[in-house]
Design a protein around this ligand. Structure first.
Ligand SMILES: Nc1nc2c(ncn2[C@@H]2O[C@H](COP(=O)(O)OP(=O)(O)O)[C@@H](O)[C@H]2O)c(=O)[nH]1
Ligand SMILES: [Mg+2]
Length: 446
């Protein structure tokens, strides 16, 4: 697909840095830059350069720059691409960008470079989405998953799935072809059933991986809840190693939820300190308590904190059946630790001295139940939804087979299933709106 306009954007993070990179892509990228660039060494004319090269020179009398030329189709977008590495002053970056726009380039939209890479067939949609995940990766595990997806691990798995579904389709077509001949045995239904089972299991496994994949990508949410003064804010501060939450012995000090992240064993944990849950007439505190309940319902793991071990008084309404709970006795430095605590699931901690905080972290890690052993893991809601629809189709096909329904119907469901799988890698996506929606989450310049 040929994009007519040449686009330009600052690709490095907004702000001042040692060096900034401005990227230009499109049919006129090289000629536009050539008209503004004077090479340091004679003869290094951008439009005459044959292969991928870097050239040093002056850009529009603004700065000394290094211009890197990538010729179509051997570039990220598949088009001619020029990357201008200039000094990182905001003034310089914007002045160069402005000159490019004056010379006929258009300011690139969010993710437009990656969208072009997709539209020009350089990468598929799942790989394009992984580019954004890689840019946004906050932990070692999130980085690993994004890199694998960008390198095509998910796409390869989906290709295998599509091949299975196509094999099914051809088995069915065989059956349809012979359906007029009553004496002819149909396509091998055992083989058909086996292929369907394999496909169903594969889709179900991919869907199952989303719970871990989503938590790896977006972080494991841990809500710290309990009565006022239980020591929740002190615990947050201890976990994060910073005085981010106000601590006091006045009940009701924390009124709003406070969120902080921590990297632990390659995973991102998002801790949420909440307002103490109790009966109160204070309007503002009640608003805070509502937020505590919201945090509880969204958390993957909940730390229920109590200084006296009386957890039954703690109303944890809205706790999801998928959430895991860890009961924690706080202030072990002043409250004697009962012997039998070791026999229960409770952990006794002191946020003040740091006692058992490592044990608590270890427990949170276990309870998060992150399964990263599968070689392909789904991390995107869009992929999960497409797989869900594909699985529904497979179930319909199974029912049809069990009830000996005409192969025509089965073929229809198979087509639909193939369509849903295809949406993930983008082969069957034509709607502009869907693509805009996906790429609008990218940064400008990527
Ligand atoms: N001795 C001791 N005091 C603690 C500990 N954790 C919290 N506190 C104190 O308990 C009071 C309430 O703590 P805070 O973290 O604000 O409780 P929150 O209302 O649950 O957030 C403060 O005076 C803290 O210093 C602890 O582990 N040991
Ligand atoms: Mg507090």
């Amino acid at each position: 697909m040929i994009q007519t306009e040449t686009i330009a954007a600052i690709s490095t993070a907004p702000g001042v840095g040692g060096i900034a990179v401005i990227r230009v892509s499109g049919h006129n990228a090289i000629s536009v830059c050539n008209s503004l660039f004077v090479p340091n060494r004679e003869g290094r004319i951008l439009s005459m350069i044959k292969a991928q090269q870097a050239v040093y020179g002056t850009f529009a009398d603004i700065d000394h720059v290094v211009v890197t030329i990538y010729k179509s189709p051997y570039s990220f977008t598949g088009e001619d691409v020029v990357e201008i590495s200039c000094h990182g002053s905001l003034y310089i970056q914007n002045a160069i960008l402005q000159r490019l726009i004056d010379a006929g380039c258009r300011l690139a939209d969010h993710g437009e470079f990656t969208m072009r890479a997709f539209l020009n067939g350089r990468i598929d949609l799942a790989e394009a989405e992984a580019v954004a995940d890689l840019v946004g990766a906050k932990s070692a595990e999130a980085h690993r998953l994004a890199l694998r997806q960008m390198q095509g691990a998910l796409s390869t798995r989906l290709k295998e799935l599509r091949e299975k579904l196509l094999e099914l389709t051809s088995l069915l077509e065989l059956e349809l072809d012979f359906s007029d001949h009553e004496d002819v045995e149909f396509a091998d239904r055992t083989k058909l059933a086996q292929l369907i089972d394999e496909t169903e299991n594969e889709i179900a496994r991919l869907m199952h991986s989303f719970s871990s994949g989503n938590a790896i990508k977006n972080g494991i949410t841990v809500a710290i809840v309990g009565a006022p003064n239980a020591g929740k804010s002190t615990l947050l501060n201890r976990l994060i190693g910073d005085d981010c939450a106000i601590v006091s012995d006045i009940p009701g000090t924390t009124r709003d939820t406070i969120e902080r992240t921590l990297l632990y064993r390659g995973l991102l944990f998002c801790f949420i300190d909440t307002a103490g849950i109790h009966q109160t007439d204070d309007v503002i505190e009640n608003l805070g308590i509502e937020r505590s309940y919201k945090a509880i319902s969204n958390a993957r793991v909940i730390v229920a904190l109590s200084e006296n071990g009386n957890f039954s008084n703690l109303n944890l309404k809205g706790v999801s059946k998928h959430s895991k709970l860890v009961f924690c006795r706080s202030k072990s430095d002043i409250y004697p630790i009962c012997e039998d605590i070791s026999k229960t699931d409770e952990i006794s901690i002191s946020a003040l001295t740091g006692y058992n905080i490592d044990r608590l972290m270890e427990r949170l890690f276990e309870l998060a139940e992150i399964d990263n052993t599968e070689d392909v893991i789904i991390t995107t809601q869009r992929h999960y939804e497409a797989l869900k629809l594909a699985l529904e189709d497979i179930k319909k096909i199974k029912d049809c087979l069990a009830e000996n329904v005409s192969s025509d119907f089965i073929a229809e469901d198979l087509r639909s299933c193939l369509g849903h799988i295809g949406e993930i890698t983008g082969g069957t996506i034509t709607a502009d709106e869907t693509l805009q929606n996906i790429f609008s989450h990218f940064c400008i310049g990527k």
